[in-house]
Design a protein around this ligand. Structure first.
Ligand code: PGA
Length: 258
């Protein structure tokens, strides 16, 4: 089993001071753990520099939660991939269901954001996932396939290998209702098959496919133990150092046992 990855998506939470405290607390708690798990913190834009400053001495890297699909110029209110790269940010979440819902982000926009992130050597963390109505009528595979194909499959093999995918069933985000480990595994295996068909076995095996949606310290171990679940994209449970570090420890446990 390859090392896991655990990404904390803070969303629009924390004051400046609270963010500083949380970044320091997580850094302290994981120091000396000799982690194999890749840890990424994604605070709001305004706190990214706090995180990149700390990341120089700590065992985590830093991601943003969004970026503009445009290179630069007259795009009021946006943040470019180039700006993120300059700050030392290494990852960027894109296509999150909240952005698809509140900001009408389409697969096409997500494809453009993927491209611009890769041009700036950032790792796109591309989210996909169905809403409950789609799962109820058994359309979840079809929906996720379309999202992945339209936002990622234009990439060359080399570029695709720099992308992380996060499967986040929308009905499980922030609801306390988690996909069962079996449901997650089933979808992750399906996504890996899609990758295999498009880019070959090696690329499919190496691809990181994270699970997100009410993942917490209690359920992380069972989810991460599934062979196709390469880690987690953690929302609510990433806002408390103890809870987030417990999830990282679950990832370490799975790796050590396999
Ligand atoms: P949640 O959010 O863990 O709070 O469900 C996950 C996400 O939206 O990335």
């Amino acid at each position: 089993m390859k090392p896991k990855m655990v990404i904390g998506n803070w969303k629009m939470n924390k004051s400046f001071e609270e963010a500083d405290d949380l970044i320091i607390a997580i850094g302290e708690q994981i120091a000396g753990l000799r982690l194999e798990t890749g840890v990424v913190l994604c605070p709001p834009f305004l706190y990214l520099e706090l995180a990149t400053d700390q990341a120089q001495e700590a065992d985590f890297t830093v991601g943003a939660q969004n970026c503009s699909e445009f290179k630069n110029g007259a795009v009021t209110g946006e943040i470019s991939a180039e700006m993120l790269a300059e700050l030392g940010v290494e990852f960027c979440i894109i296509g999150h269901s909240e952005r698809r819902k509140f900001f009408n982000e389409s697969n096409d926009t997500i494809a453009q954001k993927t491209n611009i992130l890769l041009e700036n050597q950032l790792v796109p963390v591309v989210c996909c996932g169905e809403v409950i109505e789609e799962r109820k009528v058994n359309r979840h595979f079809e929906v996720v396939e379309k999202q992945i194909k339209e936002s990622l499959f234009h990439l060359s093999k080399e570029d695709f290998e720099s992308v992380v995918i996060a499967y986040e069933p929308v009905w499980a985000i922030g609801t306390g209702e988690t996909a069962t480990p079996e449901q997650a595994e089933e979808m992750h295996a399906f996504i890996r098959q899609l990758i295999e068909k498009r880019y070959g076995t090696e690329t499919a095996y190496a691809a990181y496919i994270l699970y997100g949606g009410s993942c917490n310290a209690q359920n992380a171990l069972d989810l991460f133990a599934k062979p196709n679940v390469d880690g987690g994209l953690i929302g609510g449970a990433s806002l408390k150092a103890n809870e987030f570090v417990a999830i990282i420890e679950a990832a370490e446990t799975v790796i050590k046992e396999n």
